[in-house]
Design a protein around this ligand. Structure first.
Ligand code: NAD
Ligand code: MG
Length: 390
């Protein structure tokens, strides 16, 4: 039996992971499940999967979790220290599916135990890629991509030499507003931005898909995961979300990965790697699909994309600034304080602030320096929104 833990078990990726685990209960010994405020779901899954411990990120939810788990034999815990303690329990495989920079510390703990970390939490690679990779190397642990594009690239590289790679193309659906007139974007509401044409995901990544911030994070994630140069990474808009990524080689060949838009493929690939096992995903009928379309992303419509390249040019702790500013801008958009297009403007301002002042961006990357930079960038974003508040 493989020992596994799931961080962010109550979210969209967490629930898809549990769906796969449930299909082969005899194969897994579940150690820890973590979640947030959805205590009923966390407790129900922890009991069904016979987890050792369930942890909520929020201290004030502990009584509710204890009550829900009473008599089940599953231990209950709450708060950041409890998350870290649960993450430090030795396991073979961990799903890292907390949303945002909050996923970084538990992910590092898991790597220190030598666990294979299946990484859906792209934010941790964006804010601390070098630290995660170095921690994995030092503890002989492995990072596997779960983002659909990065799983696709990873699969395209099997048996290939990375030095033969000329370019990596990741696709973007274009999100909720891909067919809206540019002029209308500034009126986009939270509800409108929270529905995705092809994928069923958590609210934050769904809005990030509409603004293209998700793809911006993924460009940086591509650089960190595969070590390719920024100029080798391309984004193409592909509204059908059938081709997830393509790897281009120096002989001109392009290897594409196709599949239905169902995260259980990428999750299952990371779960069973290096084997391939049967997965409950739709098989594509190409004749019925008939056409797949591609177009270049319009930089005026999606300013977030260029920001990713600026961040990679600057390097160091700028990724932490970028992610934190984006998280705060998104918080403010969701709270109705700023408009949809203001998110990119706020993030651009924060990047410029950090670029022009000596903010320690070249300090060694540690959890402390990343956390401090993250904190400063959030404060800077809170200042920057004042000029945009409606
Ligand atoms: P979600 O919002 O559905 O779930 C997030 C999970 O994180 C929940 O369990 C929540 O309780 C927990 N959480 C939230 N804030 C937390 C905090 N401060 N501390 C601890 N736990 C916290 O999100 P999701 O869509 O499942 O996405 C999870 C991660 O996977 C994100 O990094 C996202 O970018 C990435 N991802 C998601 C998809 C998808 O299809 N949903 C695809 C690719 C990548
Ligand atoms: Mg993705």
């Amino acid at each position: 039996m493989r020992k596994i833990s799931i961080f962010g078990a109550t979210g969209s990726i967490g629930q898809n992971t549990i769906d796969l685990i449930r299909r082969a209960p005899g194969d897994y010994d579940v150690v820890a499940l973590t979640g947030g405020a959805n205590i009923a779901r966390l407790a129900q899954d922890a009991i069904a999967l016979k987890a050792d411990i369930a942890v909520t990120a929020y201290d004030d939810q502990l009584p509710a979790l204890e009550a829900a788990l009473a008599g089940s034999g599953v231990a209950a815990a709450a708060g950041q220290a409890a998350l870290a303690e649960a993450a430090a329990r030795p396991v073979d495989w961990v799903m890292s599916a907390i949303v945002g920079a909050a996923g970084l510390a538990p992910g590092l703990e898991a790597l220190k135990q030598g666990a294979t970390l299946a990484l859906a939490n792209k934010e941790s690679l964006v804010c601390a890629g070098a630290l995660l990779l170095e921690t994995a190397r030092r503890h002989n642990a492995r990072l596997l991509p779960v983002d659909s594009e990065h799983s696709a690239v990873f699969q395209g590289l099997v048996g290939e030499d990375i030095s033969a790679v000329e370019r990596v193309v990741i696709t973007a659906s274009g999100g909720a507003f891909r067919d809206w007139p540019q002029e209308q974007l500034k009126t986009a509401t939270v509800a409108q931005a929270s529905s995705h044409p092809n994928w069923d995901m958590g609210q934050r990544i769904t809005i990030d898909s509409a603004s293209m911030f998700n793809k911006a994070l993924e460009v940086i994630e591509t650089r960190e995961f595969f070590g390719v140069a920024p100029e080798q990474i391309e984004v193409v808009v592909h509204p059908e979300s059938i081709v997830h990524a393509l790897v281009g080689f120096r002989d001109g060949a392009l290897m594409a990965h196709l599949g239905a838009p169902d995260m259980r493929h990428a999750i299952g690939y990371a779960l069973h790697w290096p084997e391939r096992r049967e997965l409950p995903v739709e098989r594509l009928d190409l004749a019925r699909l008939a056409t797949l379309t591609f177009r270049a992303p319009d930089p005026a419509r999606y300013p977030a994309l260029q920001l990713a390249y600026d961040v990679m040019d600057r390097g160091g702790l700028m990724g932490a600034v970028f992610n934190a500013a984006k998280e705060r801008a998104l918080d403010h958009f969701i709270a109705g304080r700023i408009g949809f297009l203001d998110m990119a403007a706020v993030v651009a301002r924060v990047l410029a602030q950090f670029d022009s002042a000596d903010r320690g961006l070249d300090e060694a990357m540690t959890l402390d320096t990343v956390s401090r930079t993250d904190h400063l960038a959030r404060m800077e974003a809170d200042n920057a929104i004042l000029d945009y508040v409606r």
